[in-house]
Ligand binder design. Structure first.
Ligand SMILES: Nc1ncnc2c1ncn2[C@@H]1O[C@H](COP(=O)(O)OP(=O)(O)OP(=O)(O)O)[C@@H](O)[C@H]1O
Ligand SMILES: [Mg+2]
Length: 474
């Protein structure tokens, strides 16, 4: 070893070492070959040790890095090497999976064709996600990006989807908080959490998403549906930049190394939906990325937008105005999820979206104080109502039948008589009815109409809904 420090080591005298090969260090710790130079090898350290100095001996392990995988990782919190962080014994694993593997070949893949419900109204109705899809969650700091991902994980309870939540470079308090939420909602049972805290070695922060991916990949290859959250890839990119600069690679745009695009593309390409001949498993991915002042044109966000199948954009103004989740519908898109959406939901959501777009256009005029035609009153009112309906508390994901219920009620105009400020409260009771009824998406549109009218009728009695307001402006 020539020198060591800052989480990396320079090593001479191992001419045959290969990229991504594990190195065994004198004090029992390990490193990973990360950079091949003439005569000199750059390696990232995988253990925080004091015992290394220049001159320590290094041996090749002759194998790439792998992580324990298998069902025993459910409910566990591990570091990027698969070692337990939850104080329990190491998970008894079913096998090892390479951290950096190739992505599935085209012939093994299928089109995304099944919905993956997040329980978030705006997402499931307007930016639907399918199993195997990669959907970016993008926005400034503190706008609820992690909350969206956590809600999506919580909603998989009882859905037969195994989840992996990867926390990259997060504060200890955020890690503890996330674990607590998952535990409180009974979500750890079907989830594995991979953690590389802010204070972890840069090498470990770099590897964390690969570990999460490998764990999910093992399940996907065995026919399971999985969901991986990468929280977040901005930190991951910064860590990779740090390592690259330490290893003296030439910096490119925003000082990121030129291969950061292929690093992220390689990771996200491993998420897919396998075809029936290959077990039919899937790996959906929710990578999270942070923007500065909403600038989606900076390097890492644009890269990720072009790699993923769509994005959910969180907006600071919406958040400040109390519209939460602060998803900007106009700037969010799902390029492939629509195909996987249930036809019944798709039809209702399509109608609702038209109303919403019309409303947004009209609202611009009202801001200028323009006097609007009486005929415009109704769409404006309905738009305001819709905005209230779309607000949703965190940690309260909604079953898809409830989504169908409010969509039908809204499209049939049954919610119009309710004051916008009251609609949230009314809907909560309405959802209880929808849940109890057990009505499925396969029921006819007429069946839904009748049922929904019935549930709302029941609500009217105890609820002071402004009678007769419905005719206003019509
Ligand atoms: N649907 C919601 N309704 C009300 N408050 C919300 C909602 N979603 C998120 N919040 C609040 O917004 C704040 C930020 O949420 P969160 O931590 O998920 O954002 P983030 O973008 O991941 O932030 P960070 O930059 O810290 O990672 C939290 O206080 C959270 O409680
Ligand atoms: Mg967060």
């Amino acid at each position: 070893m020539v020198s060591v420090g800052d989480g990396i080591a320079w090593i001479a005298g191992l001419p045959s070492a290969a990229m991504d090969e594990v190195l065994l260090l004198e004090d029992g710790s390990q490193a990973l070959v990360f950079d091949l130079n003439q005569g000199l090898l750059g390696a990232i350290l995988l253990h925080d040790t004091e015992g290394l100095t220049a001159g320590s001996t290094v041996r090749r392990a002759g194998r790439p890095l792998s992580t324990p995988v298998g069902d025993s990782l459910l409910g566990r919190v591990v570091d990027p090497l698969g070692l337990p962080l939850d104080g329990l014994p190491p998970p008894s694993h079913n096998g090892q999976q390479r951290l950096e593997g190739p992505s599935p070949a085209i012939i093994r893949r299928d089109f995304v064709h099944q919905p993956l419900y997040t329980g978030i109204k705006i997402v499931d109705a307007l930016v639907p996600i399918g199993k195997g899809q990669r959907q970016l969650i993008i926005g400034d700091e503190g706008l609820g990006r992690s909350s969206l991902a956590i809600d999506a994980v919580i909603h998989q309870r009882g859905q037969d989807v195994y989840c992996v939540y990867v926390l990259i470079g997060q504060k200890r308090s955020t890690v503890v908080n996330t674990l607590q939420i998952l535990r409180d909602h009974g979500s750890l049972e079907y989830t594995c959490v991979v953690v590389a805290e802010a204070s972890a070695l840069p090498g470990l922060k770099h590897l964390a998403p690969y570990t999460g991916c490998a764990i999910a990949e093992f399940w996907m290859e065995r026919g399971r549906d999985t969901l991986v959250v990468y929280d977040d890839l901005s930190t991951h990119a910064r860590t990779y930049r740090e390592l690259s600069l330490l290893l003296r690679r030439p910096p490119g745009r925003e000082a990121y190394p030129g291969d950061i695009f292929s690093i992220h593309a390689g990771l996200l390409e491993r998420s897919t939906c396998l075809n029936a001949a290959h077990g039919g498993g899937s790996m959906s991915a929710l990578p999270i990325v942070e923007t500065q002042q909403g600038d989606i044109a900076s390097y890492i966000p644009t890269n990720l937008i072009s790699i993923t199948d769509g994005q959910i954009y969180l907006d600071a103004d919406l958040f400040a105005a109390g519209f939460r989740p602060a998803i900007d519908i106009a700037r969010s898109v799902s390029r492939i999820g629509g195909r996987a959406q249930h036809p019944a939901i798709k039809a209702e959501a399509g109608r609702m979206k038209l109303d919403y777009l019309q409303f947004m256009e009209l609202e611009v005029f009202t801001r200028f104080g323009a006097k609007l035609d009486a005929a415009m009153e109704k769409p404006l009112r309905r738009g305001r109502l819709l905005r209230e309906i779309l607000k949703q508390d965190r940690l309260a994901p909604l079953p898809v039948e409830c989504q169908m219920a409010w969509l039908v009620a809204f499209n049939d105009g049954l919610l119009d008589p309710i004051e916008p400020e009251r609609v949230g409260e009314a809907l909560n009771r309405f959802y209880v009815r929808a849940r109890e009824s057990g009505l499925s998406l396969e029921a006819s549109r007429e069946g839904w109409s009748l049922a929904v009218a019935d549930w709302l009728g029941d609500l009217k009695a105890p609820l002071p809904v402004g009678r007769g307001v419905g005719g206003e402006g019509a």
